[in-house]
Design a protein around this ligand. Structure first.
Ligand code: ATP
Ligand code: MG
Length: 346
């Protein structure tokens, strides 16, 4: 069986370090592993419009921003097909057919949908399109017969829902669709990176992000203002490491060689944590180290991004060609789907 990846992001803003550790880094690794026959990376503009219907220009502008972030992180158009969702109308058609296989109450039970409805204050006025986005996501995945979907932990319920749709479709219309597997980051700290404000998830919509394109000064300012353990008031106080964003970021980004380079007092993160927990280590020192680590990690990405910013016509060409390739693949799947559903008339 062919090994195929489908994943993507909503163009609702520039990408942040949560995207990087939660999904992007993994994608680049998988892309370069040579283990996959086809890789599709989707900029989900149609999905972004489900909760941004009144801001089409924002979505349009951010397609370029997300594409730049992809290329900056090392996604390679020679190996990965990068495309724009709305340029593959087969995905919309497939969504419409899948809607018949899912109940309203099933979508209502989806924990990510629940959380996002709350986050957006949609309780009384949920757009139907937004409510249905898990179904459209199932269409995106299955249109490419994806076997692997590298995403953050918040996407687990989406993958579950997708698998149910695959089973239902195959049992009603005959074996047609491929069941996907989610690929989560192996590092626990990367599953759901918290915001700099300590909120559970760094998210474009919450404005609590360190962006991949942030300049060194902005990164430093954000890190120095980061939420830590609220009870760690004086340096001598024992501090909490669990749930402390500064330590979660260190778990996600720190490499052993950074101690040699930036903090010779310690030889590994466990030593820093132990000192912080017993008291005597101040937040400012830890934040300064984190700043050094993040600056090191983000510099090459930012520099590559700046180079691509000078080559926008090439970026658009990549998107256009990628969308044409994706459209051809999706059309082939749709031919199979229409045939299975007995709607292939002439
Ligand atoms: P929005 O607020 O518009 O939904 P977002 O910041 O949640 O934006 P998405 O485009 O919805 O970003 O998510 C893209 C991918 O990044 C998904 O795979 C998601 O799981 C992952 N991701 C997003 N935020 C985080 C995070 N804080 N930690 C780990 N992974 C994340
Ligand atoms: Mg999201």
């Amino acid at each position: 069986m062919k090994q195929i990846i489908l994943t993507g992001d909503r163009p609702t803003g520039r990408l942040h370090v949560g995207h990087y550790v939660g999904s992007l880094k993994e994608r680049v690794k998988l892309q370069n592993s040579g283990k996959f026959d086809e890789i599709y990376i989707m900029i989900a503009d149609a999905q972004a419009l489900t909760d941004n219907a009144e801001h089409p220009e924002k979505v349009r502008q951010n397609i370029t921003q997300v594409a730049l972030d992809y290329l900056a992180c090392g996604l390679d158009p020679e190996k990965s097909t990068i495309f724009i969702q709305s340029m593959v109308p087969q995905l919309t058609e497939l969504t419409f057919y899948y809607m018949n296989l899912v109940t309203v109450s099933r979508v209502q039970r989806n924990p990510t949908v629940k959380a996002e409805i709350q986050q957006r204050n949609f309780e009384a006025s949920i757009p139907v399109g937004f409510f249905c986005y898990p179904i459209s996501q199932a269409a995106d995945i299955t249109a490419f017969h994806a076997t692997a979907v590298p995403v953050g932990e918040d996407q687990l319920p989406m993958l579950e829902q997708c698998k149910e749709i695959v089973h239902k479709f195959n049992s009603v219309y005959g074996e047609t669709l491929t069941e996907p597997e989610i690929i989560l980051p192996s590092n626990q700290a990367c599953l759901r990176l918290p915001g700099i404000d300590g909120k559970a998830k760094m998210s474009k919509s919450l404005g609590n992000c360190i962006y991949l394109s942030d300049e060194p000064e902005e990164i430093k300012k954000k890190i120095m203002s980061m939420f830590t353990d609220p009870n760690h008031l004086r340096v001598e106080d024992p501090g909490k490491v669990e749930g402390n964003p500064v330590f979660i970021y260190l778990d996600a980004f720190c490499k052993p060689e950074y101690f040699e380079e930036f903090w010779k007092d310690y030889s590994c993160l466990d030593e820093v944590k132990a000192h912080y927990q017993r008291g005597g280590l101040g937040d400012v020192k830890v934040k300064k180290f984190l700043n050094n680590v993040m600056q090191e990690e983000l510099r090459p990405i930012r520099e590559r991004r700046k180079q691509w910013e000078q080559r926008l016509p090439e970026v658009y060409e990549i998107l256009q060609q990628g969308s044409a390739t994706a459209r051809a693949t999706a059309e082939k799947t749709l031919e199979g789907v229409r045939h299975a559903m007995r709607i292939d008339y002439f």
